[in-house]
Design a protein around this ligand. Sequence first.
Ligand SMILES: [Zn+2]
Length: 466
Amino acid sequence: MKKQHGFPIKQLVKLASYTSIFLVLSFFLIFLFAQESAAKNIYLKIGLATNQKTGSISSKSRIYCKDASGRTLKVSGRILLKTHSLSSKKIYINNKCLSLPITIHSKTPIYWNKRPYRGWFKLYPSSNGFNVINIVGIEQYLRGVLKMEVNPSWEMEALKAQAIVARTYALRNRGKHRSQGFDLCALPHCQVYRGINAEDPRINKAIASTKGLVLYYGNNLAVTPYHSDSGGYTANVWEVWSGHMPYLKAKKEPFSYVSPYSNWKVMIPLSELKEKLRKNRISVGEIRHVSIPERDKGGRAVSVLIEGTRGKVKIKASKFRIIVGSSKVKSTYFKINGNSQNVTTTNNIINQPVEEEKLYDHEGVLFASFIKKGVFSTEELMDMLVHPEKKPHYLRLALQRQSGIKSKHSFSRYSANGKVLILEGKGWGHGVGMSQWGAKAMAEHGWNFKKILMYYYPGTKLRKVY
Ligand SMILES: [Zn+2]
C-alpha cells in the first residue's frame, strides 16, 4: 500500500517541480527577450526647433507626409512649410493645407533647414507656430551629440566615458520637454545635437563599443553632470545646485593637464555688475568691495560677498557666476583683483553646465557680436556658412581670442580708473561630475573608461540595459 501510494506521489512531486522550474525559466527567458527587444527600440524625440513659422524639409528620396486626419502627401525634392494664418492646428506644405501633428518619413536622411538627420520627423502645433521634432534611436542620437562635447581625436577611452555619460543623461532626462511634445531639446539645455553633420568614425566607434552601457546609483540611473575643465579640482554638487548625491563630491584631479581654459582673466566694470545684480533684485548701492568669504577644500569659491554704500550681500559663487554671465566668469575657481592671498597657488575653480547652456542659447547673439568685432577672418566666416556644424568650434576660438590679446589691452585701460572688478580663474564649467579635459588626461595616462567613470562618479555602477 505504502509503495503503491508512495511512488506516484513522489513522481508527481518531481513532475511538479520540473514543471515549475521549466515555467520559471521560460518566464525569465521571455522577460529577457522582452527587455532586449524593448531596449532595441528606444527612440528619443528631439526638439530641433520650436515656434517656427516657416522652414524647409528635403530628402534625396521621396518624402511621405501624413497629417492628423490621415491625409497623406508624397513629395519629391524640397518641402516648404508655412503656418496657417487662421488656424494654429494647420500648416501649409507646398501650398497644400494639412492638419498638425504631421509625421514625415523618407528612406534616406531628412533635412531640416538643410541639415540632415536620421530617423523620422514629427511636426507638432505650438503656441506660436509649430515645433520640429526628430524621432531617432538613442544610439543614433548619441552619434549626433558626442562631437559637440569632445574632440573626436581624443583618446578612445575618454570618448567612451563621454558616450556612457551622455547616454545616461539622455535616458534619465527623457520627457524633460514633455509639455512641448518632445523628450530633449537640441541645445546645451539638454545636450547639443546636430544630427548627421556631427558624426565621426571614432565617435561612432566609442558609442558602438559601449552600446547600452549606463551608470546606475542604487536602482536608479545616476545623475551624470559633466563640464569642460575642472581647473584641477571638481565641485560638490550641493555647492552648485541643490541635491546631495554622495558620488558628486569635490575631488582633486589625479593628473595635471592644460586646456584652453586653464587660466583666464575677466574684467567686469562695477557699473555692469551693479546693473546685473539689480536685474536679479539685489541692490547694495554703489559697489565698494567684493571678496570671497568661503572656499571649498579644493579652493573653489563657495560664496561671494558684495559690499556697497547701502549694505552688503553674500551670494553663492555659482549664482554670482550666472548673474555676471557664465561665459565671462568661466568657473567659480577664481580669485579677485589678481590678489592671490585668498587662494593657494594650486587653486581650483569650476563652472556650471547651466551657464554653458545659456551660452549656446545665446549663440546667435554672441556670434553677431564677435562678427561685429571682426574676430573672424573672411575665410572663417565662409567656412562657418558652408559648415554650420563647426560653429561651436569657432565660438570657442572666438572666446579664446577674446580672452587673449584684446583683454590684456582693455585690462590696463580699465584698471587705471579702478572701477573694474578683475577675476582670475581656472577651468570652465560648473565643476560637478566629470571634467572632459580631466578625462582626456586620464585616458592619456592609460586609464580605461571604467576607471575614469568610477573616479568622477564613485559608488555608481555600470549596467548594460540593452
Ligand atoms: Zn532642453
